[in-house]
Write a protein that binds this ligand. Structure first.
Ligand code: SAM
Length: 281
């Protein structure tokens, strides 16, 4: 079943949270000269048009990236994302919004690699077209969970894995915990960034407990919400579980999240939390 299309949700508050952290991590990887690889298992489209019928149908971006530019006092931690966003708009138009593939690609240096997995035929076509002449990017029409098993560790032995499934089915929470545990055993030094939704049902909690019990390495949990967490319908918040977070990511998130909450949930219904589920030794 592949009914989820990210175009309805692109640029919403959860994308801003996830993409700001993604950009920060990829930027952090560029601090060392050695090449790295980014694997994006559930890539979606390369980028999105916020003027499209899909984006306008939900209007979610208006309370996400639509609010971002008007917020004063932006912390340093969001600079990589804002610079990337500006460059993407300059190339693709004012209402364009980069997906995770364009964000990661925008920060690669010559010699770094990006590997994308996507199963939806239309999203896969969009990726193939966007990266057609780019020899630093490989696009696979393949199951993201399978890719984790097949491609790790990467030859570079440095890099990031982004795992961002649609959570259309409840089993995906367990699949994520198991796949990440197995991946971290095969490649213990990789950085892993897992996104999950905060819904009233709290389905992510069992997933985090399972991951924590597997002791895959230092594990940072960063969550923010724009509606009370027990609101019955809809996406209340956005969660990120980071294994082997780069140095100073905790500090960056401690500055970033409260600012994002003030910016994206100005009515006061939002909040954030940040904690080490498994401390960095
Ligand atoms: N990572 C993207 C971003 O941040 O811009 C958004 C990805 S979206 C939340 C999830 C994507 O996973 C959808 O494009 C969907 O088609 C794709 N997908 C669903 N099941 C998949 C699977 N088993 N393997 C790979 N991709 C899958």
């Amino acid at each position: 079943m592949l009914s989820y299309r990210h175009g309805f949700h692109a640029g919403n508050f959860a994308d801003v949270h996830k993409h700001a952290v993604l950009a920060w991590i990829v930027q952090a990887l560029t601090a060392k000269a050695k090449p790295f690889c980014v694997l994006d298992t559930h890539a979606g489209d390369a980028g999105y048009d916020l003027a499209s019928q899909w984006a306008e149908k939900t209007g979610e971006w208006r309370e996400g990236v639509g609010r971002l530019m008007g917020c004063p006092g932006a912390p340093e931690a969001i600079a990589p994302f804002l610079q990337l966003l500006e460059a993407f708009r300059a190339s693709h138009g004012e209402r364009a919004y980069p997906g995770s593939p364009a964000i990661a690609r925008g920060l690669l240096r010559p010699g770094d690699r990006l590997v994308l997995g996507e199963l939806h035929p239309a999203a896969w076509e969009s990726l193939r077209g966007f990266f057609a002449r780019d020899d630093q990017v490989a696009v696979h029409r393949r199951d993201g969970w399978e890719l984790l098993g097949a491609l790790l560790p990467p030859a570079e032995r440095r890099g990031l894995v982004l795992v961002d499934p649609p959570y259309e089915r409840d089993e995906e929470y367990q699949a994520a915990a198991r796949a990440l545990t197995a991946a971290a055993r095969r490649w213990p030094s990789g950085v892993y960034l897992l996104w999950y939704p905060l819904l009233a049902a709290g389905r992510h909690q069992a997933m985090l407990r399972e991951l924590e019990a597997a002791r895959p390495g230092p594990m940072l949990v960063a969550e923010l919400w724009t509606a009370p967490l027990d609101t019955p319908a809809g996406l209340n918040g956005s969660g990120l579980c980071i294994l082997n977070p780069p140095w100073r990511l905790h500090e960056a998130l401690a500055n970033l999240q409260p600012w994002l909450v003030d910016c994206l949930a100005p009515g006061g219904a939002g909040g954030s939390r940040l904690h080490w589920a498994i401390p960095d030794a």
